[in-house]
Write a protein that binds this ligand. Structure first.
Ligand code: LMR
Length: 398
């Protein structure tokens, strides 16, 4: 048995955590995984989560409640994505399901795509979250990429993106990051989103939004959903993955939502039943504790408004760390331009550091990040930012 199996490649993101944990140096810094950390470098338990925990503690959980709670989670999640008062909600056109965080939501959609459009590839931005490639590969969906990032400007290569969208066959499926693009931290402007939406309409492309960082780009949940709202206004049918791993600090709970905006309510019922069947065969049913937490937070106006404030606090801390890192590098007289640290948004800075730089940072300075030079800004703190800037300066100054 298993004689033909050879070791699988290490995951480029979780592998960083392993290397970090194995390092015993007290100055070590983990800038790998994009999960929020506070200014002490600790995973955060938000006050809204503590309140929700208190609310559900001791409350006997009836298995029978799970379906009801999951419906409330979906109802509240889709409001966050499509807008509190979106007409499509009242029209019942959304097929939504609780999912195992963003990864699970993507996988459910990928399976749905393969089931009904087996010939159609998924177009992924270049670059994108490494796991997107794994998810669609394992769902046996062919993959293509479209240009997104410009390595010189360290911003969006909008002209190339437009070309690739135009050149893809009509009716293609595209994955878009509506905010806080992972790994680049580069988002289109509102105007550019409008152009993209228009082009998608002309080409009859299907947009699938993976929204893993809602709130982290601007600090405002609605603002971060503006791309989805623009596509909605333009009358697209849409797919969307949502995760509460980062913006509620619930990474380990795997709570998310997948939704597909259908042509009418009848179609939504059909699509939902297909997704339910796919989920049932893959993992039976999702865990309930995180479900209880998230649905409690979202359905109680007071707890929800506390969460909205806490999202802003997290986003602002990251923004402050961007400024601090850039200023420290400039103060050191770095010969390089670091403007992109503050121009990019969300949890990540696509630093431009090369794999060699990254290896040296780990070896000589105990600073860990993915080899594409992505810095999870959540790992930067008031106390480590100057050490980090020194280390980056050391490896880049020649
Ligand atoms: C990341 O990109 O670091 C996050 O999305 C976390 C993960 O699971 O990969």
């Amino acid at each position: 048995w298993w004689e033909n199996a050879s070791p699988a490649a290490k995951d480029p993101i979780t592998g960083v955590t392993e290397a970090f944990l194995a390092d015993t140096n007290p100055h070590k810094i983990n800038l790998g995984v994009g999960a929020y950390r506070d200014d002490e470098g600790k995973p955060i338990v938000l006050q809204c989560v503590r309140n929700a925990e208190a609310k559900i503690a001791g409350c006997e959980f009836l298995e029978a409640n799970a379906t009801e709670m999951a419906s409330s989670l979906v109802e509240e999640s889709v409001k966050l994505a499509y807008g509190e008062h979106a007409r499509v909600l009242k029209e019942g056109r959304l097929a939504g399901l609780q999912a195992l965080s963003g990864t699970g939501a993507c996988r459910l959609f990928a399976e749905l795509q393969r089931r009904f459009y087996p010939e159609l590839p998924i177009y992924l931005p270049r670059p994108t979250w490494s796991n997107h490639h794994n998810v669609w590969r394992d769902a046996q969906v062919p993959q293509r990429t479209f240009q997104y990032y410009h390595p010189v400007s360290k911003g969006l290569n909008f002209a190339a993106l437009v070309d690739d969208v135009k050149n893809a066959p009509d009716g293609s499926v595209f994955l878009l990051h509506p905010c806080a693009h992972n790994p680049t931290g580069v988002d289109p402007t509102e105007e550019q989103w409008r152009d993209i939406s228009y082009l998608f309409k002309v080409k009859n492309h299907f947009p699938f939004f993976d929204m893993a960082y809602q709130g982290f780009a601007s600090g405002d949940l609605d603002m971060d959903a503006q791309a989805i709202r623009i596509f909605l206004e333009d009358g697209h049918l849409i797919g969307c993955a949502q995760s509460f791993a980062k913006n509620m600090g619930l990474y380990g709970h795997r709570v998310g939502c997948v939704s597909v905006l259908c042509a009418d309510a009848k179609q939504a019922v059909v699509v939902k039943s297909q997704m339910q069947q796919i989920a049932r065969a893959m993992y039976g049913s999702p865990p309930v504790h995180g479900l209880l937490l998230v649905s409690t937070i979202l359905s109680d106006p007071q707890t929800k408004s506390l969460w909205v404030k806490e999202v802003k606090v997290m986003a602002n801390r990251i923004k402050r760390m961007r400024t601090a890192l850039r200023e420290n590098l400039e103060k050191l007289g770095s010969p390089l331009n670091w403007e992109h640290i503050t121009n990019q948004v969300g949890m990540f800075c696509f630093s431009g550091l090369t794999p060699d730089h990254v290896d040296r940072l780990a070896r000589e300075f105990h600073v860990y990040m993915t080899r594409d030079g992505r810095i999870s800004m959540a790992g930067v703190t008031t106390s480590n930012v100057s050490y980090l800037a020194d280390a980056i300066h050391e490896v880049t100054k020649h």
